[in-house]
Design a binder for this molecule. Sequence first.
Ligand code: 13P
Length: 258
Amino acid sequence: MKTYIVGNWKMNFTVGESSLYLHKLLAKVHAARGLEVVVAPSTMALQTLSLQTDRRKIKLGAQNFYHQDFGAYTGEVSIAQIRSLVDYAIVGHSERRYVFRETDKDIKLKVAAAIRGGLTPILCVGETESERTFGETADVLRDQVLGGLMDVAKEDLTKVIIAYEPVWAISGHGSVKVATPLDVKEALTLIRKTLYETYGKKALEVPILFGGSVKSLNAESYLSIPGCNGLLIGGASLIAPEFLDIIEIAKRVKNERE
Ligand code: 13P
């Protein structure tokens, strides 16, 4: 299975800054077999960056979209409008769930829309701090995984990527907590088991990533977890030396594994 290094730029960088930053990354990133590097800039920058990028080195992802293709949905952007610009689309990020009140229903519609439009959805799941404290992590992960995939046909399961992002470990939320590799291993195992119980062997082909305060200093500890197929990176993906270091670490860990 491929290793995925995905940078979620969130609401950072103007179009000009995004373009300069991508330019910097493209000069340093070399295509490597089995390694997929993706960046998700603001929707505003997608057009410019799609003309600029070399997709063999860095592919683009959308941070958000609406599930309908066209219509009276003021302020929204559809898969039909971005599908020629990106290969991936992040869905169900905790900032969308908790800041913008997206529900499991919204999320399942988006996952299905992305697949319909030929994009790979990166379905984010993860428990909040209080859910973890109350021992609800397993239930939350199960509900979010199965809820998000509810409208996905069994044969399309392998078109989905799942990202485990414990909300309490995401740096932009003022959190000082960092997930241990053991925390992550347990959650990834749970997610894989949930998929296996529902979809059988196909579950083994679904990439599962980890995200939450990933930096060059801890990237190897997460990438070395069996069953971890890559990383979804927020803050550190905005800093070229950090992001580039993480890509190099991913290459090394992958080579050592094979
Ligand atoms: P940080 O890496 O900044 O904690 O963000 C993680 C994240 O939310 C990526 O989608």
